[in-house]
Write a protein that binds this ligand. Structure first.
Ligand code: TK8
Length: 335
């Protein structure tokens, strides 16, 4: 009788706590690396993801985050994920085009017109399609986070007209689509890992770089760049990537926790990114950068100058990939 009572109490207790099947959750340490500073909205996203994981695993997992390329650049980290020696990286899609060429579609100039459109494509069928491609190369994309719309900074002059790009030595992300886009604009473009950009600007090895306002602000590029021009020439997603080989050793419960908490992190990260964008623009101006918008007429000339990049890279990205993207965009735009 005594034993029975104790059993009943134990069972009742367990039920009342409504826990996940903790038997399916092991103690784990997850290393996440990033190229940007912790003050970037990715920091808020990782904090939200960590809190979600803490709750769902009852503290069984340790999340170790490394910022500002402290563990090396994003491409190196992504290769470590593929070989199963690092769990996670939050990386721009752009440096990974050499691993999965279809990712280059996101680098096509002026692809998305606003962040709602980007969200709809990334969280919809196209995003799923790209995730399947990534899984085939050993990468599990848990969710699409936001890097954002990119703008040019430089130390030479305000860019107000197409001709102002002429001869500028600009750092671009490591793929041929970005390289060709900036060559088409008349610049002298050099691909470079993000972690090297600040020093290259500081030493004047290069004149210019392009990134969203929050990255320009949180990476303190205002210390080494005098001009910021609203080119808005591309939208870069962040991928919250998990190592395929490691993911496959996790239980289904654990895999679901990762996916769910990466989405919790995504929602926080995107909303902070969007709130901070205007604040960052004001910050960098207060820090001394001269900001300018570009007239609609000049933007048309800039668009026309880079239009050819779509055709040049159709084969390398995949005509089917570009068509699929265009079809979804047309549907969204009601065409
Ligand atoms: C940070 C990078 C960066 C990206 C770049 O790791 O390389 O310019 O925009 O934000 O992912």
């Amino acid at each position: 009788m005594k034993t029975l009572t104790r059993l009943t109490i134990t069972t009742a207790l367990a039920a009342s706590m409504a826990l996940p099947a903790l038997a399916d959750i092991s103690n784990r340490t997850i290393t996440i690396s990033n190229g940007i500073a912790e003050s970037h909205p990715v920091g808020n996203g990782v904090a939200a993801m960590r809190e979600c994981i803490d709750e769902k695993t009852e503290g069984a997992w340790t999340i170790n985050a490394f910022w500002s390329s402290a563990l090396g650049d994003d491409l190196t980290a992504t290769q470590a994920l593929r070989s199963g020696t690092q769990e996670m990286v939050i990386t721009s899609s752009s440096p990974l085009v050499g691993i999965e060429p279809a990712l280059g579609v996101f680098d096509l100039p002026f692809l998305f017109s606003d962040s709602e459109e980007a969200d709809a494509i990334l969280d919809g069928e196209f995003g799923d399609f790209m995730n399947e491609r990534l899984e085939a190369v050993g990468l599990v994309n848990l969710a699409y986070w936001e890097n954002g719309f990119r703008n040019l900074t430089n130390s030479v002059r305000p860019v107000e007209r197409l001709e102002d790009f002429d001869g500028m030595r600009v750092r671009v992300m490591q793929n041929n689509i970005f390289l060709d886009t900036f060559q088409a604009l008349g610049t002298n473009a050099t691909p470079m890992a993000f972690g090297e950009v600040f020093t290259a600007l500081e030493t004047r090895a290069i004149d210019a770089q392009e990134n969203p306002y929050v990255t320009i602000d949180t990476s303190q590029f205002y210390e080494v760049q005098g001009y910021l021009s609203a080119t808005q020439h591309a939208y870069t997603p962040f991928l919250a990537l998990f190592s395929g080989p490691i993911f496959n050793t996790y239980s289904e419960t654990e895999q679901q926790i990762l996916r769910d908490c990466a989405v919790v992190g995504r929602d926080v990260q995107r909303s902070v990114s969007r709130e901070l964008s205007d604040v960052s623009l004001a910050n960098v101006q207060a820090a001394g950068m001269q900001f300018n918008e570009i007239s609609a007429e000049e933007m048309d000339r800039i668009r026309a100058a880079v239009e050819g990049v779509y055709a040049t890279h159709a084969d390398s990205i995949g005509v089917d990939v570009i068509d699929r993207m265009q079809a979804e965009l047309n549907a969204l735009r009601g065409n």
